[in-house]
Design a protein around this ligand. Sequence first.
Ligand code: PMP
Length: 292
Amino acid sequence: MAGLTIWMDGEFVPENEATVSVFDHGLLYGDGVFEGIRAYDGVVFKLEEHIDRLYKSAKVMKLDIPLSQREMVEAVLETCRENDISSGYIRLVVTRGVGDLGLDPDKCSTPTIFIIAADIVLYPEEAYQKGLKLVTVPTRRNQAEALNPRVKSLNYLNNIMAKMEARQAGMQEGIILNESGYVVECTGDNIFIVEPGKVLRTPPPYMGALEGITRETLMEVARDGGFKVREEPLNRYDLYVADECFVTGTAAEVLPVVEIDGRLISGGKPGPSAGKLIEEFRRRAASEGAKI
Ligand code: PMP
């Protein structure tokens, strides 16, 4: 099987030649930013929004990306073309670049940029039919005054710890709380609940949630479908007594949740709202975005 062709610092190289230095600060210190993006049938879904989030994350870290946003959009599309990807998953990474063994980012002269466009490993259909079981994990979201969780940085150890804790508890996903004990999101997905009267609630980004592109789209879909959408603090009580719950993310799209910390949600079966929202989300995903 032929390998992938990687966009690496402005050139296409075969995947076995797409390597980074051991002195790259992305590797040494997690000093970098990334995006996970999805293409559906020849269209890259919300590409500009992803690029926008990438540049915002980079700006917070004072990481100057040596390409305009427009050039970055074009590089992503070219990478899809080069790899004949019509539907797939794109990983875009920008690191601080090669420096010395110290922390100092000023010693890194040029950011390392690479783009991978590959087939997507989908969640099994069973996950959508049966729903996910979640557990609240001990690892807390770090404070906004530390590295703000709205920055999609290469430092994902909190999320990885949380994922391991969920797995150890025998569950598919973990719910992360912030320092005050409010629900924030899952390890790689945002979280929503449905309450009576077509009310949809999700934690606001200032509580520590990433501004998920799927989350944003889902809120639009829900508003158009007559839901009252509220971004407001949620605690575990709200989750336990919700009519429905689901998580959203680029890979997961919209995945129903049927159990949280041993409490059944929507009777232990995916609820009706999640099903309708997924349908409309997929309809939009297939038609909105940048053409490859
Ligand atoms: N939260 C976290 C921590 C994430 O890493 C992600 C992306 N994988 C999301 C939420 C979902 O964001 P998006 O819908 O943009 O993929």
